[in-house]
Design a binder for this molecule. Structure first.
Ligand SMILES: [Fe+2]
Length: 398
């Protein structure tokens, strides 16, 4: 495919047009009869041994999950901290532990309103139980893995059903949100309307998603609450994990301009945060899990190349790229530039293929599917009109 050089100035033009276009209408969702549920449940951090179920209630509640390997769902789970069960809250995060690998589990989420939290006499309201959903834990050591990548939705929830319709028959164990789902983060209603409920209608009751933060997730008054709504592995925004033949490295590339830029009001410290990640990455590429994997895939929002020369790009290039080359990663998947492209490995710069997803404007949106077995990894990037605009095949070095 033709490779266009990235022009930072025209990217700024795209963003300006996005603002002028305004936000798309928010679809309405049915969330139960009592009005207690603000979202459907959504899955996070599903492993062979566990899963985290999240949901938001519209009123303060006590909440629990009923689950089990049959439709009887006769186990219960709550979350407790320091002896206190989470209650009188809105954002629910309940971990199911002790699960068996490669097993189908049924679950429903349940909340009961606390109408008055008196110290010695609680007042209880109605109870709401969700529909019964199910998910399957991964095998402990599977031979394959497959996933879907979305990036740069930028507060356009109608893009989710369009893009996911292009991959509806493609198997995936998780969906990876590769940054900039929002223009900036404001409040919980935005989180619900522009992300959680659209995903809940499409897949997140049965398929988990992971979230690599983009630079736009660091903006706005809600940015500091972002982590309340998600659970990545290790509860961090940079982490690694192995699933089947792929060892994943996820980095949080931070903001695109200098920490001192006036837009940030003196409230960001991404240089130090990226340096912390580089120290971690230097150790990560020496781990047996990294070295022994048939494929090493890096997922992060800002690409270190083909992304202009602003500070965020250049700092990622300076800190991370020597480690990517040294560690011999097989593939990097990014977003951010709003121009999809596949950029071949080049010994002068990056020794690995770099794939950048498009979006957010109409005609530029893309979705990726990646599937790997122990011999081959294949990535397809599909534009919103169904045209395949990227096809990367990588043979295992093992
Ligand atoms: Fe971005």
């Amino acid at each position: 495919m033709a490779i266009k050089k990235y022009d930072r100035r025209s990217f700024i033009g795209d963003v300006a047009k996005m603002g002028a276009a305004g936000l798309l209408p928010v679809p309405e969702f049915s969330l139960g009869s009592t009005g207690l549920f603000a979202t459907k449940p959504y899955l996070q951090n599903v492993t062979p041994q566990g899963a985290t179920i999240m949901w938001i209630t519209a009123k303060p509640c006590k909440s629990w999950v009923e689950y089990g390997p049959s439709e009887a769902a006769d186990h219960q789970a709550v979350t407790a901290h320091l002896g206190l069960i989470d209650a009188n809250n809105l954002i629910n995060k309940i971990k199911l532990t002790g699960l068996q690998p490669n097993t189908k589990y049924y679950y429903r989420v349940c909340s009961q309103e606390i109408t008055e939290f008196k110290p010695y006499q609680l007042q209880w309201g109605e109870t709401e139980k969700s529909d019964l959903f199910h998910f399957t834990t991964p095998e402990a050591n599977p031979d394959t893995v497959s996933w879907v990548v979305l990036n740069d939705i930028h507060d356009r929830p109608a893009s989710f059903p369009l893009l996911m319709s292009l991959v509806k028959d493609v198997p995936r164990e998780f969906v990876f949100l590769n940054g900039d789902m929002f223009d900036y983060e404001t409040d919980q209603q935005q989180m619900i309307d522009h992300l959680l409920n659209p995903l809940g209608e499409l897949f997140s009751t049965e398929t988990p998603f992971l979230f690599a933060r983009g630079n736009h997730e660091t903006r706005g008054k809600g940015a500091r609450d972002h982590t309340l709504y998600f659970e990545n592995l290790d509860d961090r925004y940079y982490f690694s994990f192995t699933r089947g033949p792929v060892h994943f490295v996820v980095l949080d590339t931070g903001e695109d301009k200098e920490d001192s830029h006036k837009e940030y009001g003196g409230l960001v410290a991404f240089d130090a945060y990226r340096e912390e990640q580089a120290r971690w990455l230097a150790k990560e590429i020496e781990t047996p899990a990294f070295k022994k994997a048939p494929f090493r895939v890096v997922m992060m929002h800002i690409p270190p190349f083909e992304s202009g020369d602003w500070h965020g790009t250049m700092h990622c290039r300076e800190l991370f790229n020597p480690l990517f080359n040294k560690g011999k990663i097989d593939l990097m998947i990014c977003g951010h530039t709003h121009r999809y492209g596949v950029f071949a490995a080049d010994p002068a710069t990056h020794n690995y293929p770099l794939v950048i997803g498009g979006g957010p404007l109409v005609t530029k949106r893309t979705v990726m599917t990646v599937k790997a077995d122990r011999k081959e990894l294949r990535l397809l990037m599909i534009r919103e009109d169904g045209v395949n605009v990227g096809d990367v095949r990588i043979k295992s070095r093992l």
